[in-house]
Ligand binder design. Sequence first.
Ligand code: AMP
Length: 281
Amino acid sequence: MIIESTPYSLQNNINSLKLKSNTIGFVPTMGALHQGHLSLIEASLQKTDKTIVSIFVNPTQFGKNEDFNAYPRNLKEDLMILQKYNIDFLFTPQTQDIYPNGEQPTVQIIEPNLASLYCGVSRPTHFQGVLGVVLRLFNIVQPDKTFLGEKDFQQLTLVKKMVKDLFLPIEIIGCPILREPSGLALSSRNTYLSEKEKAEAATIYQALCFAQKLVSLDEINADKVIDQVTRLIQKESTIQIDYMSIVDSETLAPAQEIKKNDRILFAGYLGKTRLIDNVAL
Ligand code: AMP
């Protein structure tokens, strides 16, 4: 594993790999690696010749009052974990490497519809920051395939949309959510939670499974499902629901009548910690 922190140097190295007909797999992360990230790396190692992982806590996707400064950063631990994997490059740029003109970039990627729904309501500049950094990383790494988690389902959908709209020659591969035995979706932000809070946070997955059960019992009214699931979360936990929506799994348009493969998306706060999750119905 070669560690690179300079965009042009990584780009040159990858150009050489591509000249030798290697396919390039890319796994972008913000570090504090857990098994969810590692499952993406494993998928890339399996499906491509060379795997590039990036660790970059992207300031532009955090709102002013969000946890950019507190976000867990464990580069030493991440390196130890990554040594066990046969990846080719780890890209660890600094903010000025990605944004040489400062954090208010002059060229921005704006998606005017989906980016303002769901997570975009509470985090109005979040997806602009995400798409901006992902496009920059794509141009540096020039991957053939990129592996993203379904955990961030709206992000996955928006990146797929950007790739299609901008004719980027990249295949986006969505990978399943990895969970703790309790059902709590793995997340770097789980380090903010005490053991007791983690147990409480597992209510989210239980509630989403309850939605699946209602649908399997032929409930197709989205409002009714959301109502019952909301009541379960409110009864069993102190979680403050930010939103819960049942959506089409391709477009993320809200569903009135639930159809096969629709998805229920959830975001909420346990104390100050924002937690997101989703399941297919
Ligand atoms: P992050 O470091 O949080 O930006 O996440 C980097 C990538 O890992 C994103 O594509 C996430 O969707 C994915 N990811 C995060 N948590 C999980 C999880 N529990 N299971 C699968 N993928 C995940």
